[in-house]
Design a binder for this molecule. Sequence first.
Ligand code: ZN
Ligand code: ZN
Length: 290
Amino acid sequence: MPLPYESPSGCDDRTLPLQKSAMENFICVQCGTQFTKTIAPPSRCPICEDERQFVRHSGQEWTTLKRLADDHRNRILDEAPQLLGIGTEPEFAIGQRALLLQSRGGNLLWDCVTVLDDKAIAALKARGGIRTIAISHPHYYSAMVEWAERFDAQILLHIADRQWVTRESPRIQFWEGTTVSLWDGLTLINCGGHFEGGTVLHWPAGASGEGALLTGDIIQVVQDRRYVSFMRSYPNYIPLAAAAIRRILERIEPFSFDHIYGAWWQANILSDAKATIGRSAERYLQAIGA
Ligand SMILES: [Zn+2]
Ligand SMILES: [Zn+2]
């Protein structure tokens, strides 16, 4: 078998560069998160071992982007004007779709997926590429550093979730506090709840100027798409306490919006979205006896 690394001429010691070239950014198969380069796969995935996720029943498994490229590709579909959905086919890991929000001052990638194929790169570049990647919470960190490098973008994460970053990069910028203003009126809002750093994005130009909220699963659009819900753990059914629900309501109160774009294909609420969150919170608080 040929060596994967050809030693530069004049260099006799092949050990170090050989090891370096054999290092990989392994990806957890269950949550899709990519890790810092190592020779062997990491022993565990802290995101999956946390009570908000789970280790797959057959045990911890790893893959790489190269291997994923053999049988996965991106699915690209408009979710709304100026809002392009990017997912994965067949579904991989948690199964969310990201959203490319196109705006005059630059495009923002909201949340992320692991797979990034050439067709998706071309489609996104044709729409102006990515200025910044902002992510709602660690379940969607996925291969964010790969994406940032490919599009020469920065990544904005809330500092409260810093411990969940599994691949460090100078492209990652942590923000703190309750809101951060970006360009064209875009605002990241820290709601907490599902994760302490849980973030939603307010897009004032969305919904034809009525405003939209991009929520990941910090505010989860439920199956009937007439309500939203909020959980500490979705797979393990751990609800949130009343104080966390009230904090989410407080944090979004100053913003007006008519649409919500959730974490999954067409998991969107396309009218009266702010009142929908109010009604949903009321129903939830009643259900937990608060
Ligand atoms: Zn994992
Ligand atoms: Zn989640």
